[in-house]
Design a protein around this ligand. Structure first.
Ligand SMILES: [Zn+2]
Length: 334
């Protein structure tokens, strides 16, 4: 940047004399609506916003603030008798951090990835374990390590990958890579996480080709074919015919569907409807067999998710995440 920082900028007064703006002895600022606490004893200045908070609370949770405040007493800047400290953060980012620290953030606001990223950034920067844990816990909800907790497209997978890399969160990488693998290739190319996303897509595609849905159907087919149950009107159960199974397979191979979400039941339901329309009958037990096949496909795909991002097995992933959590707790104060 060409312009020097504002506080050191010299300004020409109308009478021709030059006045150097004082850094911050009498700063003009607005009080934070949320964090101007009556009994606060330190003022944090972010741009044009002042936050009056408790120095012991911040120091207790953050070695960075602790060190910073150690020098604050000798500082010239005071506001309302409190030492004032300048931070280079956005006011919104500090607000998010303080909300988490003072337990004033709502769980709903962390469903917004922007807010979550802000919290993660600030908690990491100031080495605050509790707010960071809150952010990481929510990210793990978006990108879980357990199939039972997986929800389709809970958050942008490309941002998930970027956050996993930036903040050393291997635990969220497999589910994020899976989400990215389902995105149209054209969307991956422009994204910041394109390298890993394309590898994930390729690996998943290969896996589905080699061990895909049709294979699972074939595994259950002997039972389906042997079915002699009859439906209303005496129609004999045909189980799932090959065209229908092939239709399911084809849509998965295009990565058009999220195998891990409830879409499997939806698409199988569609297939049954299609067959019903042509006068075929499939009994309830055969339908259940197909659903079981679906559950097997899901478990098998879930098992290989870590390999989409070259992390080996889920055990490896959990080990790495535990290590990262432990390292981080050690670095920070609590
Ligand atoms: Zn049947």
């Amino acid at each position: 940047m060409d312009t020097p920082p504002l506080s050191h900028q010299a300004k020409n007064k109308p009478d021709g004399s030059v006045q150097t703006e004082q850094p911050a002895t009498a700063p003009t600022f607005e009080r934070s609506e949320r964090f101007w606490l009556d009994d606060g004893n330190i003022v944090l200045l972010c741009g044009a916003t002042g936050f009056r908070v408790h120095r012991t609370v911040l120091a207790m949770h953050s070695p960075v603030f602790r060190d910073m405040f150690a020098y604050a007493d000798g500082a010239d800047d005071t506001i309302d008798g409190c030492p004032a400290v300048h931070l280079q953060d956005e006011p919104a980012a500090l607000t998010t951090l303080l909300e988490s620290l003072y337990s004033l953030g709502s769980s709903r606001q962390y469903e917004n990835l922007d807010v979550l990223e802000r919290l993660l950034h600030m908690a990491t920067k100031y080495m605050m374990a509790a707010p960071r844990r809150a952010a990481v816990a929510q990210l793990k909800e978006f990108f879980p390590t357990d199939l039972a907790r997986y929800q389709r497209a809970a958050a942008s997978p490309l941002r998930g990958i970027a956050l996993a890399r930036q903040y050393d969160l291997p635990g969220i990488l497999p589910a994020a890579c899976y989400g990215a693998a389902l995105l149209p290739a054209a969307r991956l190319l422009g994204g910041g996480a394109a390298d890993l996303a394309l590898v994930a897509r390729d690996t998943l595609m290969r896996y589905i080709y080699e061990n895909g849905v049709v294979h699972q159907f074939e595994h259950y087919k002997p039972a389906l074919r042997a079915c002699v149950r009859r439906g209303p009107g005496g129609a004999q159960c045909v189980g799932v015919d090959e065209d229908a199974a092939g239709l399911v397979e084809k849509r998965y191979r295009q990565l058009e569907f999220d195998v891990l979400s409830e879409n499997f039941e939806e698409i199988v339901g569609e297939v049954f409807d299609l067959m019903q329309g042509t006068g075929y009958f499939t009994c309830d037990e055969c339908k259940r067999a197909v659903e079981e096949a679906g559950a097997d496909v899901r478990k098998a795909v879930w098992r290989i998710l870590p390999s989409l991002c070259s992390l080996g097995t889920w055990d490896n992933v959990k080990e790495m995440q535990d290590k990262s959590d432990a390292n981080w707790s050690q670095l920070s104060s609590d």
